[in-house]
Write a protein that binds this ligand. Structure first.
Ligand code: SER
Length: 637
């Protein structure tokens, strides 16, 4: 079964079971706590947490994803990739363990034709329900059900958010992929489908801090993994999803895959990173020195370096992008449409890197001359560090060239300097984060759970005060004049997100009045109002009435619509490759006055929706929905 058929079969199976099918969302998530979309569930996170109302109870998608924690291993092993496609079916408070398990089995042993006798399953150690369903409903023999602890069978995004115990399906690919006794997760008994029973809100470390409002299902079936199994090939690079791209790497380097392990590593790296790079650029990332841009730069430079290791000194990445588009353009039309732009970006980066290499080489040559003149056998670590840190010259290359000249590098020195540099970068990052009150807020979250956002439906909300923080301390009450952070169990206040500023307004609590001057999302799903007690005294645990300032919200929404219009115009004028990478959506005009006719609610709603072509995508999904819902709420009132 070809990769395209696997995609189609999966989505069709779940369409027949009433799932709404979504095209892949962007690799750049709406969620600001993540650098990249790391799994199919990421774009649906607000539905799991209950923060966005569900308009559909079941969804399925094939989501392009990137995980960069193992870049160093990509190419070296047959299993690691940065970019992959994840097929997933999701339930938002609808079906749970039994249907998820039954359907995963039916799909695997039916349309995908896997041999039921060779499927192993794992469950979370104390998840008796799943064990019982696998054994008694599905009929998997007890000795092929393995209970595993949280290290293996509890899934969350790696940052605060929804998570839960999981149950995985594995396939025994037979003795040609190694000898095993019993169960052993690896190249022979390979995991291909993960069913997560998303019931909890977890913190950054994956500790459960609250129950989610509903019990959900989040699954992920690795497309490349299943292709590897169904096509019975040793690695993902041998599947029809990647092999044509590896073939192009063979062509541009005049090497043959499978002849020499060292060259194979390079060919895999060139192919994998070209694919990941093309998709990232297609989704609006450009090479740079920090964040996403840095990851992209690293991927592209690593690919170029490996092309050079194979003796290539011309630019090749545009040809590699061509192969990526040829292989994947049908499944991802946006990628095909952006082909010329992507080729231009990779070539620019490749030329820049060649320039870096030339500059680095000349510096390195003169350092080598100095060392030789002094009769030294090694180069000081700071030479390698400066080349790496200031000129972006890869350490491995310095090592290789020095070695060719008969010199060692003082590695220990180099590592010390690198550690110091990392520590500086860490402390810079920490300084940028406001961590002062997170302890108090963590306590609020663990004691009272997250806040429910109701601002899509209403501007006013009856609620309860669940936490008050003053000067970084959780306090039971606050008095007139106090500057506080207040958390309610439910709130219509929009927390800053997607570039749009947080709502302002008023919270009334038993004769007291709080004036809210900012709203922020903290610790994943806690909505925190920054306020001053303008009158009276406010106590935790008491009922409250929260009212968003309608003029503030309306003014912010006009800016929001204007932002969409600007971006739509940019796309029309400059081309589809122009992507929004960030924006500040503040209220406009700053002082509320009569709404100009060109910005009437009706016209803004229309432009807002049309600028996204009516589909839920990328960072604008929630904003558009919010806009339309809030607009209709006002029309009713
Ligand atoms: N989110 C889970 C995973 O990535 C299931 O999709 O494995």
């Amino acid at each position: 079964m070809k990769g395209d058929d696997i995609r189609r079969t999966f989505l069709e199976f779940y369409r027949e079971r009433d799932h709404k099918i979504f095209p892949s969302f962007s690799l750049i998530p709406e969620d600001p706590s993540l650098l990249f979309t790391v799994a199919g569930m990421v774009p649906f996170k607000p539905y799991f947490s209950g923060e966005r109302p569900v308009e559909f109870l079941r969804a399925a998608s094939c989501q392009k994803s990137i995980r960069t924690n193992d870049i160093e291993n990509v190419g070296l092993t047959a299993r690691h990739q940065t970019f992959f496609e994840m097929l997933g079916n999701f339930s938002f408070g609808d079906y749970f363990k039994e249907d998820a398990i039954r359907w995963a089995w039916e799909l695997s042993t039916g349309p995908f034709g896997l041999d039921p006798e060779r499927i192993w399953v794992s469950t979370y150690e104390d998840d008796d329900d799943s064990v019982q369903i696998w054994r008694d409903v599905v009929g998997v023999p007890a000795d092929r059900i393995v209970r595993r602890d949280a290290d293996d069978n509890f899934w969350w995004m790696g940052v605060a958010g929804p998570g839960g115990p999981c149950s995985e399906l594995f396939y025994d690919r037979g003795p040609k992929y190694g000898d095993v006794e019993g169960f052993q997760d690896g190249d022979r008994i390979m995991e291909f489908y993960n069913l997560v029973f998303t019931e909890f809100q977890v913190d950054d470390e994956g500790h459960r801090i609250a129950d989610l409002p509903k019990r959900n299902v989040d699954t992920g079936l690795g497309l490349e993994r299943l292709a590897q199994i169904l096509q019975d090939v040793p690695t993902a690079y041998d599947t029809d999803l990647l092999r044509p791209i590896v073939a192009r790497a063979e062509k541009v380097t005049s090497r043959r895959y499978g002849e020499n392990e060292k060259a194979d590593v390079s060919l895999r790296i060139i192919a994998e990173h070209a694919r990941a790079g093309a998709f990232l650029i297609g989704d609006g990332v450009i090479p740079g020195n920090e964040g996403r841009g840095y990851v992209l730069r690293r991927l592209l430079r690593r690919a170029v370096r490996h092309a050079r290791l194979l003796g290539v000194d011309r630019t090749v990445m545009a040809e590699m992008v061509d192969a990526v588009v040829e292989t994947m353009g049908e499944a991802y039309p946006d990628l095909a449409a952006a082909r010329a732009y992507i080729e231009q970006v990779v070539t620019g980066e490749e030329e820049g890197f060649h320039q870096t290499l030339r500059l680095g080489m000349s510096l390195l040559d003169s350092e080598i001359d100095i060392a030789r003149d002094a009769g030294a056998t090694r180069l000081p670590g700071d030479v390698a560090f400066k080349l790496h840190d200031t000129y972006g010259f890869p350490f491995e290359l310095t090592l290789e060239i020095a070695r060719d000249a008969g010199l060692e590098i003082d590695r220990a020195d180099f590592e010390v300097l690198m550690d110091e540099q990392r520590a500086r970068a860490r402390s810079d990052r920490r300084a940028k984060l406001d961590l002062t009150d997170s302890e108090a807020l963590t306590r609020v979250l663990s004691e009272s759970g997250s806040s429910l956002f109701t601002g899509y439906e209403r501007m006013e909300q009856e609620a309860k005060v669940i936490g008050i923080v003053r000067a970084g301390e959780q306090v039971p009450s606050a008095g007139e004049g106090d500057a506080v952070e207040v958390v309610l169990d439910a709130t219509p206040f929009y927390p800053e997100g997607g570039g749009q500023v947080g709502d302002h307004g008023v919270i009334e609590v038993d004769g007291a009045r709080l004036e809210v001057v900012d709203t922020q999302r903290r610790l994943g799903d806690l909505i925190v109002h920054t306020a001053t007690v303008a009158r009276g005294e406010v106590h935790a645990g008491t009922p409250a009435f929260a009212r968003v300032d309608p003029a503030w919200r309306a003014a912010t929404e006009r800016s929001h619509s204007a932002t969409h219009i600007v971006h739509a115009t940019l796309r029309q004028t400059l081309g589809e490759q122009s992507r929004q990478a960030g924006s500040l959506v503040e209220r406009w005009p700053r002082r509320a006055h009569a709404v100009p006719s060109c910005c009437s609610r009706r016209s803004t709603a229309t432009s807002c929706a049309s600028s996204r072509s009516g589909t839920i995508r990328s960072s604008c999904a929630g904003e558009r929905t919010s806009h339309e819902r809030a607009t209709s709420a006002w029309s009713r009132s």
